[in-house]
Design a protein. Sequence first.
Lengths: 518, 322, 337
Amino acid sequence: MNAITPIIMPKWGLEMSEGTISNWHVVEGQSLSRGMEIVDIETAKIVNTLESDLEGTVRRLVAPVGQTLPVGALIAIVADAGVTDADIDRFIRGDIAAPQAEPARVDTRSQEVAEPVAVSDPDLERRNETVSATPIARRIANRHGVDLSRLTGTGRNGRINQEDVEAYLANHPASAPVNTAPAIIDNRSIHATSRAIRLANRLGIDLSRLSGTGRNGRVNVDNVERHAAASGLAPAPAAAPTPPAGPAARKLAADLGIPLSSVTPTGPKGHATKEDVRNAAASPPPAPAPTAASDLIPHSAMRRAIATALTAAKRDVPHFYLTADILMDDLLGLRGQLNAMAGPKISVNDFIVRAAALALGDVPDVNVQFTDEGMRRFTQANIAIAVAIEGGLVTPVLRDAGGKPLRTIAAEAVGLAARARDRRLTQQDLSDGSFAISNLGMFGIRHFQAIIAPPQAAILAVGATRREAQEASDGGVRFRSVMSVTLSCDHRAIDGAVGARFLAALRQHLEQPLGLLS
Amino acid sequence: MQISREQMLRAYRQMVTIREFEERIHVDIQRGGIAGFTHLYAGQEAVAVGVCEHLTEKDKIISTHRGHGHCIAKGCDVIGMMKEIYGRQDGLCKGKGGSMHIADLDKGMLGANGIVGGGPPIAVGAAITAKVLKTGGVAVSFSGDGASNQGTVFEAMNMAVVLKVPKIFVLENNGYSEHTGFSYAVGGRDMVRRTEGFGMPVFQADGYDFFSVYEAMRQATELSRNGGGPCAVYAECTRFFGHFEGDPQLYRAKDEVARLRAENDSLKIFRQRVTETGLLPGSDLDQVESEVRELIDRAVREAVAAPAPTEADVLTDVYISY
Amino acid sequence: MPKISMRQAINDALHLEMERDPRVIVLGEDVSGGAGGTSGEREAAGGVFGLTKGLLPRFGEDRVIDTPISESCIVGAANGAALTGLRPVAEIMFADFVGVCLDQLLNQAAKFRYMFGGKARTPLVIRMTCGGGMNAAAQHSQTIYPMLTGIPGLKVVVPSNAYDAKGLLLTAIRDDDPVIFFEHKSLYMDECEVPDGDYTIPFGEAAMVREGEHVTVVALARMVPLAIGVVDKLAAEGISCDLIDPRTTSPLDEETILESVRATGRLVVVDESPPRCSVAADIAAMVAEKAFHHLKAPIIQVTAPHTPVPFARELEAAYLPSPEKIEAAIRKVLGSR
């Protein structure tokens, strides 16, 4: 079949109108298989990798690296060997319509290959640990990103049990990571080995469809691997398949600094022999050669995006830093009282978001984005909140935090964090931040300096609240709860005194927290 | 003592069967047809049969390494036994037990037991079952003068008394603990007083006389079946063969066995008793003997012809499920 | 779910099963205690560790049988009772006393079915207290399950917590083969959540107590809670372990261990028994034989030394595997490549 298939600029999210080719993973003439990475495309906020949903030969890369094209624009041509270059030229000029009405379906890795089991959220799990719940209930809640403090337990002494969580999940489908490939698979009730369950969850295999050949019909890893192979699901190999090897070959490889994954095995049953290791050592090492004591893990698209954006920011943005100590005793007391009442629990970070928004209102010169064309001033405080997720971090934006009461902020923050973990943030969630907050207090960090994410002009780094002895007015010593915050400012947009005024305003709001309730 | 003509004939048949079975095995072992260790019971027939004639399938017995007689007396299939001793696939225990471990649980025969003194504690358990499930059964252990020196037998006697279970200890003193004489190995030389010392009655019998054993066992079962707790039956007897087949019996005086066979043969004594008193005509006994010989011939013929177990059989019957 | 101790869990299982099945009896030394004493108190003990408390008043003397100190006859009687239709649960007060009744386990219970050509059924449980940690010295502290694990025909259960103990004991009593049930005396007071009702845990299926990627740790009985502490501590450093509790050493869940080692490439086996012919050695040998090419480092066994269990606090502490030894082993197995 002499088919020409165009590959076009994808549309990721409602807001995406254009994308920039940041890196081609394929070259012209390369044959394409399903799932193969084609190209990294950078949008306003993210870099994503386009994966192939078709097989064929890449005949033409139409868009060069660095070119920005609208959604739907032709970026590459896939065609059979029977198609001539002239046909392709004509196709590009628009003389021939694509034989397929639909352009090649493309998927992004972040959407399709998300972990079917929930990504772990240490923050949530730590919070859930403090709620009275059965271990199974807690495990399910953690798995599905359910904040147990939002549930009412029906168990002994009000303890939350499995039923409670399942009922909650049934009523709040959004809590479940619905976009994760074949929905939620609960393989725990299947008679299978622990490793088989883990593998099946990783591959998105429903174990209830397998029959086990292990002890008493138990499903084992072998059964899952066979099923995966039969269904065309690769059993998620490591970065490169490592051939089995005997201890002598293994030791030689270690001594020579040759990763076994780079050895072509010729021994019995696919084993790598010492000879194979020597051959691998003789051939030029793949760059960059990892050391014997490390593994090479290819970058995820997110890792690439973080690397690119933050390198640019640290290089191009003239940072300066202002640190202030804030007394937190009153705020912590108030939070305790509020959280003793019904309703969503309010975190310290929610208070900080609210206080920062009010401080931005007090000092609007900080509430800006620096662009080449000019200073973009915001009338609302759109606070970007850094959220750690599996493999990196994202900064969803809580809009108009100055116009929202604390409890609304708390609820929205939880929702944003959950969507971040589930990788369901839209472009909308990520855009228009006017100020950013990164909080590492829960890790016990005293204070730190964050890197600004342009075009934002400032970011607040929040440390842990600590108990500190301070001289009291009577000459004695009092212990106070102290939190250090560090404001990173883009000196192109914000001057030292402006930043200092902002911090003074922030301190005032946090130390007189009743004002945050209005 | 009341005993019917049919009962007497059946008892005689059992005794003859044991005798013929053992004599035949003795010969066949020398011919090389049978593997392993075999311990023959011939000479003690009156004890096994005198005891088991009082038992039904709800009653349990446990035997010793010298167990063929007890098995036959309790009703085990003679052909199945012969096949087992020949190590055949369709033997009573599929060729996995052999001479020392013949069992037929359906017949209440809990096994010959290769460990001297191993049986009595197990029989205490069978007696507990009879008591808990109120089966009306009794549990009988056979043990000899050799086992009378094993702590397990003492433990079993004491526990049976403490728990007041229907348990009968049948003590067969055949004069030898393997290759060592009773007078040397049994301190105090009095198994009866030892047993009585545990607090149970002992009914003594002449081990060469079926009727004497039968009467002692009648009293024993009457006591134990009716909630009287454990008791013992003690009988002195002899074995016509060595401890095991191949034993040169250097510990025995040259004429001892010949004298015992002449003067203390329980079959001859039985025949004399019933014919002299006119209870049974000699011709009936002759008839039994010839039928038994035919049965034993057939048993050997079938055992020789039966299939051997296969390699796969090694792995079965270890667990019910694993 | 209520939190109860392993002692309570075992006691609950005995009550449940005696209630459910009239063929279940309990026998042993002082399982109720008090008989023949001068106080007239009939249930004076309920087992030396209180495991059988409450059974006598509920089920009576026919089914809750105080025996003389006669281990051979206790096990022998259990054998005979099992062969003839009851489901006895016998107690050997300390596993060390198997020394005086081994024949009834080794030559009798284990072999009836085989010797008798598959006709015998011996649904028997022998419970026995094992393990160190109480300064009970050489004849009251051993974990002799390796010895019994090596006997074909027996099943051997080694629970590490209350939940498992209850489910495994119910399985054991309902099992038609002879089962040796080891109770580590230092775990009796350990509590965890245990359902009130009836549940069983199949034999030969290990518990994956913790899931991880770097090292497979296999631990038994009291070594499990010790290993949990170590594994959780190391997790904070980014070292994650599969922690496997086999729960039964016969049958042994080889599959779970092998699957884990094939993924992690590293194995640490922790057992309180001395090293020779132990369960640890057995597992190490099995892995070396069946997953050799997946191993990235030599297998490490953390065991007691080849000595009797000593008495003095300092000596016993030095004898038993400790969290420090377990942690050192995990670090070592990670360090060698």
